[in-house]
Design a protein around this ligand. Sequence first.
Ligand code: FMN
Length: 171
Amino acid sequence: MDFLEFAKQRYSVRSYSDKKVENEKIEKILAAGNIAPTAHNNQPQKIYVVQSEEAVNKMKGATRYTFGASCFFIIGYDKNESWHEINNRKGPGAAVDPAIVCTHMMLEAHSLGLGTLWVANFDEELIRKEFNIPQDIVLINILVAGYPSDDACPHAFHNTKKEINKTVEYL
Ligand SMILES: Cc1cc2nc3c(=O)[nH]c(=O)nc-3n(C[C@H](O)[C@H](O)[C@H](O)COP(=O)(O)O)c2cc1C
């Protein structure tokens, strides 16, 4: 399958089955994140894998976007390692590296037959407290992952895309 077809098939999954994500798949997802490009190759990303029952329960308290999943990746970056932060480039720049890492992970998960959901809406301070995450780690998003339930289907947004000529300009 060519990449465009593959990418079109991915959608944000908001209903997961009980089936656990196998460790081999988790390792492949992490390996895909590990080879992502980052500014100056600094690799500032920090990824926390949430799988234990206790940790999953903590996630349920920190975001309402869990949808029955039993695997989560909390994704952030280390301020002391981010090229953007070290060079005083404030603003959204530092979030770029972990976002690319997470995109690699999301697409690898899709290739393994898993569904994912990128979640930006979560209680950062609660997660920090629950999992003892140091202040130097800036949290960007949660990637929910798991086997889609039988009734999982794309939200209407999935097929609501602007015309390419609205977002692209040839100069
Ligand atoms: C940066 C970012 C933040 C997002 N945050 C959330 C979120 O907090 N909750 C949620 O349900 N979906 C979230 N999404 C998923 C988007 O709503 C979804 O990708 C978009 O509507 C397109 O749908 P699709 O992924 O099915 O193609 C987020 C996506 C991105 C890229």
